[in-house]
Design a protein around this ligand. Structure first.
Ligand SMILES: [Zn+2]
Length: 213
């Protein structure tokens, strides 16, 4: 239902988002299968503050003694307050209920990033602000690929924008989609998607962006 990614830099690994229910075991298993469990999991980068990306951040961070970075503009979401404004309000109520049900715990310590924050880890990764889905929603550019968070959901039969009820500002989300479509990159890694290649995901995104102009 939700994808997250691991990036390797030498003998360190970093997670981009942390998945949803059951994600904890799936992530640990995937790292093991790749032979990456010997690496030090140093950090967790969060694209935005929605529960299906952040639910396991606290558990993984404390298990691996990893830091957590999240967008400063999504601070209230990360702190467990999902009562959104406007279009996001219904989705906010749903997430609030989910957080209580699933016992969401905020990571002990969060390093808040802003659009101008520069990381030197993993080597060369850059923040690309993609607001709209949430105020702080961001992608991470690594080489010629972009981890694009929830800019869109990429399924062969039905690539789509996130449902309006989960967006802070759908018009802004469309603008952000256009920003990605115009980037000189080779592929994207979405967080709700099938197993197509990053190149195919990017093709779908560009087709979508062209159709909603
Ligand atoms: Zn989301």
């Amino acid at each position: 239902m939700v994808c997250c990614y691991a990036v390797r830099d030498g003998d360190s690994a970093y997670l981009i988002d942390t998945g949803f229910v059951g994600g904890l075991n799936v992530i640990e298993k995937a790292l093991e299968q790749e032979g990456w469990c010997e690496l030090t999991l140093k950090g967790i980068l969060l694209t935005h503050g929605h529960l299906d990306h952040t639910l396991n951040a606290e558990a993984i961070a404390s298990r691996h003694d990893a830091w957590v970075m999240a967008p400063g503009a999504d601070r209230s979401l990360l702190e467990g307050d999902f009562s959104g404004e406007g279009l996001g309000r219904v989705g906010g109520v749903m997430q609030q209920a989910g957080a209580a049900l699933l016992n969401y715990r905020k990571p002990d310590e969060i390093i808040w990033y802003q659009k101008e924050t520069r990381f030197d880890f993993p080597a060369g990764i850059e923040i690309v602000p993609l607001p709209g889905h949430t105020a702080g929603h961001s992608g991470f550019l690594l080489g010629r690929h972009l981890f694009c968070g929830d800019a869109f959901a990429s399924f062969a039969d039905f690539p789509h924008l996130p449902p309006q009820i989960f967006n802070n500002d759908t018009e802004q989300a469309k603008v952000s989609l256009g920003v990605i479509a115009g980037m000189d990159i080779d592929g994207v890694f979405p967080h709700h998607c099938d197993k197509a290649s990053p190149e195919v995901h990017l093709e779908r995104l560009r087709r979508m962006a062209a159709s909603i102009k």
